[in-house]
Design a binder for this molecule. Structure first.
Ligand code: GDP
Length: 323
């Protein structure tokens, strides 16, 4: 594919001026893994670090999209500029293809202080682990005060949200079948704030009670820190509990700062980002190796001419020679 050159400096300037189309273009460059990203990252980096990154995760149907919309309204009323990345690791669509699902967010569509974007992997090397932190970096640098990263809670993606966010919100709701079971499978460790959404429904108090029990049981064993994960009840479809949620987020942010944890989390995020770039580059160099390279070595392993470790050594030597 021939890629048109991009006037990076001008694009970054326009994005920082608040032009949504320029912001969208920058995110598209990330999604397309465009070669100019190196230049984009260099231009953006001095402006990063100002945004609070909040991850929201939970099973499908729990109310993530509705809660994101509720948070948007509350944060906007407070004068904050908010960027939203909706990550669906199970979807092949991207670039706003999921926006049809987000009809509830249309009230924000014409608000220049809001930017909403759905992202998927498009199958490119490194996938979301590579693309998401870079998209967050774009929104941070162009001046959004808060970046909300919404992810469907399916295994690894939850963990990736945590590696990315300053604060991770885990949503649960009554009537989700295995809601609390899902919680057992790891969300206790990753949640900074719990939301029990659909508090208007029967069973919400049971979810809260079970959650409290699990938290007190796990406290000390798992976390061993002074932060007590709050449980916020919301009715996102009615906007109820928005104030409590925003307060819980602010308290967690203050706690992060007071305990040096914000810096630690951001260092972990940068490490994950750099690692993803390195892994992606190694993969693409592997793919570019001519002549020998992986297929030949693989044949040699199959033919018992080489053991896999010796083959790996050869490949690494070839990569070094090529680099
Ligand atoms: P997501 O898949 O986690 O993003 O969930 P959605 O935000 O799309 O919500 C799933 C469904 O639950 C939608 O029909 C919402 O209108 C509904 N919903 C969201 N929040 C609430 C709530 O607090 N109470 C009730 N009763 N329904 C809700």
């Amino acid at each position: 594919m021939v890629r048109a050159p991009v006037a990076v400096t001008e694009l970054v300037e326009r994005a920082r001026d608040g032009q949504p189309r320029a912001v969208a273009k920058l995110i598209s460059l990330v999604e397309d893994a465009h070669p100019s990203l190196r230049e984009v990252a260099a231009a953006l980096t001095p402006y990063t670090g100002g945004a609070r990154v909040i991850g929201l995760t939970g099973p499908p149907g729990v109310g993530k999209s509705t809660s994101t919309s509720m948070l948007l309204s509350t944060l906007r009323a407070d004068g904050k500029r908010v960027g939203v990345l909706a990550i669906d690791p199970t979807s092949p669509f991207s670039g706003g293809a999921l926006l049809g699902d987000r009809i509830r967010m249309t009230e924000h569509a014409t608000d220049p202080g809001v930017f909403i974007r759905s992202m998927a992997t498009r199958g490119h090397l490194g996938g979301l682990a590579w693309a998401t932190p870079q998209a967050v970096r774009v929104l941070d640098a162009v001046g959004f005060d808060v970046v909300l990263v919404e992810t469907v809670g399916v295994g690894q993606s939850e963990v990736d949200v945590v590696r990315l966010a300053d604060t991770t919100v885990v949503l649960l709701a009554p009537g989700m079948g295995d809601g609390i079971q899902a919680a057992k499978a790891g969300v206790l460790e990753i949640a900074d704030v719990f939301v029990v959404n659909k508090a208007d429904r029967d069973g919400a108090e049971v979810v809260v009670r079970d959650l409290k029990q699990m938290i007190s049981f796990a406290r000390g064993e798992i976390r061993g820190e002074s932060w007590r994960q709050p449980i916020v009840r919301t009715v996102a479809s009615q906007g109820e509990g928005a104030g409590d949620l925003v307060r819980a987020l602010a308290e967690h942010h203050d706690w992060l700062v007071a305990h040096g944890e914000l810096a630690r989390r951001r260092a972990a995020r940068a490490a994950a980002e750099v690692e993803a770039i390195v892994l992606r580059r190694i993969r693409s160099e592997l793919a570019d190796l001519n002549g020998a390279g992986l297929p030949v070595l693989a044949d040699q392993v199959v033919n018992r001419e080489l053991d896999p470790y010796a083959a790996a050594d050869k490949l690494i030597d070839e990569l070094r020679a090529g680099g």
